[in-house]
Design a protein around this ligand. Structure first.
Ligand code: LEU
Length: 503
């Protein structure tokens, strides 16, 4: 079998995986969810979900990725095939794990392009002049209008979308080592430095009034644990932020050296991600909003969504600081770098599908993958509701479903003994087998209950729609799934031929 490309260094591998996980989810999505669901009340289910689902699934994806990479597969199509003797049905099922990251990328990359655009607009002094007003709505108003004009979309927005797509294309074309790894080696340290800097500014703002925001998030209390919605949101956040249930971690893990200690790598990935989320992410947006406005409006601001907080409230706050343009620039650059290292990870599964399963060359695989991303990004930019529909179906629902499937297949069907043998290969960190028995039962139960409360109970409201743009988005998702299924079945012949040949 052909030697698979691999990461250049241990540090590069960990930074790339951390870059995969650290994204807009940490710095924008997390604070909005925390603020919306009561700060400390949200954090209890959040930490429970982290320990019971996040960490185990992170380790499972690393272990499975290394195993599959050794056999020449990186995409979920190939990985699931590998576990069922390359049966077509398993490959088709695995296609869901390639569809999810790509569908997410189609809107994620558009939002990433806003961050780049706003960074430049801040740098060149083109952001609206701040209105100093303790009434949050008055202060944010100019930025709301500005954002609306920008995302119509304006020519400027289109220009930065094209630029963002080209940057992603360029890096992916350079490959795993010279593209993704180098970007992470520059991006991750910059994210930490920018993040810590902004965190200090926000917490200390207005005579340390920002500190109240941090206290609000860390005022741990159990008032949320009886509310299924809080559990759903907390679990959804864990999946999203750690890039789980979408094959994105497994594909990076498939490029490790077969002797790599994947438990260590998995724990590091989760640790860095959580640092950027619960320390840095918690210290910027909410403290800044607390410092500037009265605390009663915070949940109200969060209610209006992640974009409102990131692209309207935050620039309104930062622009009112001395050297506001610079702080606003740093804020959007932080978001851009975090998003970039994640969008690369969202496209790599499709590239791996073409390379490993279709045996296409690198350039062709990257180009065809990028064409899909470009088409999807245009849909996101020009069709109303497209972003929300994709975010719901791919970014929430399918993630949980696929995460559930991963546990069932990789632990139940592969068998605990096989899984544990693979897990304990080349590792210094010994995780007790009992832990995985608990995980094998508790995690699926947990995910299943969430899906039940959320989807089954509310099925009608979620599924039925007469809104044409929503229907277009759903058809798009369906067509993409069909396309990937066809590839999964067609490429099976190539894989089988290869297997016969090597025998
Ligand atoms: N984990 C990433 C984030 O937190 C998102 C994922 C979809 C790549 O933004």
């Amino acid at each position: 079998m052909q030697q698979r490309v691999s990461w250049n260094s241990k540090l590069g591998l960990i930074l790339a995986a951390a870059g995969n996980a650290v994204g807009l989810g940490n710095i924008l999505r997390f604070p909005s969810k925390a603020a919306l669901y009561g700060g400390g009340a949200f954090m209890v289910p959040y930490f429970v979900a982290l320990v019971l689902m996040g960490l185990p699934l992170m380790i499972i994806e690393w272990v499975i990725g290394r195993y599959a990479g050794r056999h020449g597969h990186g995409s979920m199509t190939g990985i699931l095939g590998l576990f069922f003797n390359h049966a077509s049905w398993a490959r088709v099922l695995g296609s869901i794990g390639v569809a999810i990251p790509l569908l997410i990328c189609m809107y994620y990359i558009y939002i990433e392009s806003w961050t780049l655009g706003f960074a430049f607009l801040s740098l060149f002094g083109k952001m609206p002049t701040p209105v100093i007003n303790s009434d949050a709505h008055e202060a944010v108003k100019p930025y709301v209008n500005f954002f609306k004009e920008y995302t119509k979309p304006s020519i400027m927005a289109y220009f930065f979308l094209v630029l963002t797509l080209l940057i992603n294309w360029f890096i992916l074309q350079k490959g795993i080592r010279r593209g993704i790894e180098i970007t992470a080696k520059i991006g991750m340290p910059a994210i930490i430095v920018f993040g810590v800097f902004l965190g200090i500014i926000c917490i200390s703002a207005n005579n340390w009034k920002g500190f109240e925001g941090l206290k609000f998030i860390y005022n741990l209390n159990f008032s949320g644990i009886t509310n299924p919605v809080v559990w759903v949101e907390a679990a959804g956040q864990i999946f999203f932020t750690l890039s789980l249930g979408m094959g994105a971690i497994a594909v990076y893990a498939s490029y490790v050296n077969p002797k790599e200690d994947v438990i260590k790598a998995g724990i590091w990935t989760a640790l860095i991600n959580e640092f950027v989320e619960v320390v840095i992410g918690a210290s910027i947006a909410i403290p800044a909003a607390f410092a500037m406005f009265s605390s009663v409006v915070i949940p109200e601001l969060a209610q209006e969504g992640t974009f409102r907080l990131g692209f309207m409230t935050m620039p309104a706050v930062f622009m009112s600081f001395p050297l506001g343009w610079l702080i606003s620039f740093i804020w959007f650059m932080l978001l851009f770098l975090a998003a970039l290292t994640s969008s690369l990870a969202l496209i790599q599964p499709l590239i791996a599908l073409f390379e490993d399963e279709m045996k296409w060359g690198h350039t062709k695989s990257v180009s065809v993958s990028m064409i899909f991303v470009i088409i999807g990004a245009h849909f996101s930019a020009f069709i109303p509701n497209f972003i929300d529909e994709l975010d719901f179906w791919a970014g929430c629902f399918m993630l949980l479903l696929f995460g559930l499937l991963e546990i069932i297949i990789f632990i139940w069907i592969f068998g605990m003994n096989n899984f544990y043998k693979e897990l304990t290969q080349n590792t210094k960190i010994i995780l007790p087998k009992a832990f995985f028995y608990v995980v094998a039962v508790v995690s699926p139960f947990f995910i299943f209950s969430i899906l039940y409360f959320w989807v089954v109970k509310d099925f009608k409201n979620i599924v039925f729609t007469e809104e044409p743009t929503k229907i277009v988005a759903r058809l798009f998702i369906l067509l993409f799934l069909v396309f990937l299924s066809i590839i999964a079945v067609k490429s099976r012949k190539i894989i089988m031929r290869d297997i016969r040949y090597t025998k």
